[in-house]
Every structure is written in structure tokens, then in C-alpha cells.
Design a protein around this ligand. Structure first.
Ligand code: SAH
Length: 287
């Protein structure tokens, strides 16, 4: 793939070759970001370099990740920075402490993921409709789930189930080295692509498919995050966690609880029930 051919966000085929191995897996020298670099990069997002002049190899070697185009970031900052700061302050007030996560929330222009008619509400701490009976998640819960999954550690490969409009994937791109996100509704998969394209984020791969199956060709993942609630967590996802990896998911029907599942060994997972939450349902298959 030439640099000219690169279309952001990249599809799965851009990173998985015919052998089913990812380019990243093949590279031995991929550096892992530290929380400190994530913090520095997220807070200084106007300085983040564009990926345009970089080869794929350079991108996978890059210690931190979100090469949003300067013009997108600068224009999105105008008029929205103050309200975004206030949104992050509310998220912190509600209990999210991880500074890397808060900095990432502060860096992503949420209003660019929301239909123009609702953009005045982009920085209230609430979920909002994105069409197809789905919602963009509440900023607090996005922050909380990523904080729990990150556990102040270094995140390499992360899988998100339920791309929706792509907002959480963009936040994740600032705290993990590689982000894979699956959406089952074709129109939303396309919406997320359109929303993310101008940001030119090089470490997100979007995939149209049933997230309940995970992404075997890229697994195992250091972290898995579900943006939709099932009555239980699909076994395939548990199997696609690295040992020591963390999965965070809303579980339940009408009454949902956030659950953290840690893979302790090959055949052992530890489950902690955390707090009440409210998500759209997890469904099987694609539409
Ligand atoms: N991550 C989004 C939230 C999207 S809402 C954000 O940034 O705010 C949850 C999404 O999960 C919906 O778009 C829904 O279509 C999707 N979803 C539900 N079941 C799914 C499945 N089995 N696989 C993939 N996506 C699924």
C-alpha cells in the first residue's frame, strides 16, 4: 500500500495480510507508549503530527498515536474548547481520576461526532441519539470504562465492540497503541468512517461485522470494551483476551451492571461487578 492509497480510518485489511497475521505482530520493534507519553500527547493535541508523510511502518513504530490533522484540531478547538473543558471537569467530578483518560476526553472534539442539530448538546454529560436507535455514549461512562480497562497500565491492542459514531474509538486511540472497533450496522460503520476520516487517526481499524465473535485474526487483545449490553459476555471475547488482559462490559437487560473481567490464566477469568449503567442492547449478526 502506498502512502497515497492510505484512506483513514484504515480498514482491517490494511493491517492484516493474507496469512492472517497483522503487520504489527510481525514487527519486533514496536514501541509501547507509557502513560506519561499518552498524557503529554493528549494534552498537546494541537502538536500531534499528521501521518500523511509517514510510511505504515513508521506509524506502527510511533510511540503515541493520534496523528490528527492540525487543521481539523485547530478548527475544532475554536468555540468548543471551553465547553469540552467543562465536560471533562464534570467527568472528573463524577469520579474518573485517570489523568491520561481525562486528557484524551479533553482532546477529542465530540461535537464532530454528533448530528449538527444536536451539536449544541455535544458537551453535556449525556448520551445522544446517532440514528438507527443507537446512541453516542455518555462521556462519563466512556471515561470510566477506559479508566477501568487501562488500570494505569500500558495498553497495546484494544478491541471495541460497537463503534457507533466512532467517538469512543477516537478517545481510545489516545490511550492505546492499536484500536480495533467492530460495528454491526453498516450505516453506522460508514458514519464512523466519515466522522473519523478528517482526523486521520492512524492507529484505528474499523471493521463491519458481529462483534460478539471478536476479531480472531488480530487477537489476543490487552483490553476489550463493549459499548452495548448483553445478558452475558460472549465466550469468544473472553477467549480473545491476553492472560492478564481486562474486559469491561455492561451486562444485563433492563437493569445493567458494569462488569470487569480479568483473564487470570488460560482457563480462568475473574469477574467484578462495579456499578449500574445503561447501554443499548448487544445484538447478534449484522444489518
Ligand atoms: N462506541 C459508541 C457507542 C455506540 S452505541 C460511542 O462512541 O459512543 C453501541 C453500538 O453497538 C451501536 O452502534 C450498535 O449497533 C453496536 N452493536 C450492538 N451489538 C453489536 C455487535 N454484536 N457487534 C458490533 N456492534 C454492535
Amino acid at each position: 500500500m502506498t502512502i497515497k492509497d492510505r484512506r483513514f480510518p484504515l480498514s482491517l485489511s490494511a493491517v492484516v495480510d493474507k496469512s492472517g497475521k497483522s503487520h504489527i505482530e510481525k514487527k519486533h520493534s514496536a514501541r509501547i507508549a507509557t502513560p506519561q507519553t499518552a498524557m503529554q500527547n493528549a494534552t498537546k493535541n494541537t502538536l500531534i503530527k499528521t501521518a500523511r508523510q509517514e510510511s505504515p511502518e513508521q506509524i506502527f513504530d510511533r510511540p503515541m498515536h493520534s496523528p490528527m490533522s492540525k487543521s481539523v484540531v485547530v478548527s475544532s478547538l475554536q468555540g468548543s474548547e471551553g465547553s469540552r473543558r467543562a465536560m471533562v471537569a464534570r467527568v472528573a467530578q463524577k469520579g474518573v481520576k485517570d489523568r491520561v483518560v481525562l486528557a484524551a476526553l479533553d482532546s477529542i472534539p465530540r461535537h464532530l461526532f454528533i448530528q449538527s442539530g444536536l451539536s449544541s448538546q455535544a458537551y453535556i454529560d449525556a448520551s445522544l441519539p446517532i440514528g438507527y436507535h443507537q446512541t453516542i455514549s455518555q462521556p462519563y461512562i466512556v471515561g470510566r470504562m477506559i479508566e477501568i480497562m487501562r488500570n494505569e497500565g500500558v495498553l497495546g491492542k484494544v478491541l471495541e465492540i460497537g463503534t457507533g459514531c466512532g467517538y469512543q474509538a477516537a478517545v481510545l486511540s489516545l490511550v492505546a497503541k492499536e484500536v480495533y472497533s467492530i460495528e454491526r450496522i453498516k450505516a453506522l460503520h460508514e458514519l464512523a468512517k466519515n466522522n473519523l476520516r478528517p482526523m486521520r487517526i492512524a492507529n484505528i481499524r474499523l471493521h463491519y461485522g458481529d462483534g460478539m465473535l471478536g476479531l480472531l485474526q488480530v487477537a489476543p487483545f490487552d483490553g476489550i470494551i463493549l459499548a452495548a449490553a448483553g445478558l452475558e459476555v460472549p465466550q469468544a471475547l473472553l477467549e480473545q483476551l491476553v492472560i492478564g488482559g481486562r474486559l469491561i462490559a455492561p451486562v444485563g437487560g433492563k437493569n445493567q451492571m458494569l462488569q470487569l473481567i480479568e483473564r487470570v490464566s488460560k482457563n480462568e477469568w475473574k469477574n467484578s461487578v462495579l456499578e449500574q449503567c445503561h447501554f443499548v442492547p448487544l445484538h447478534q449478526g449484522v444489518i
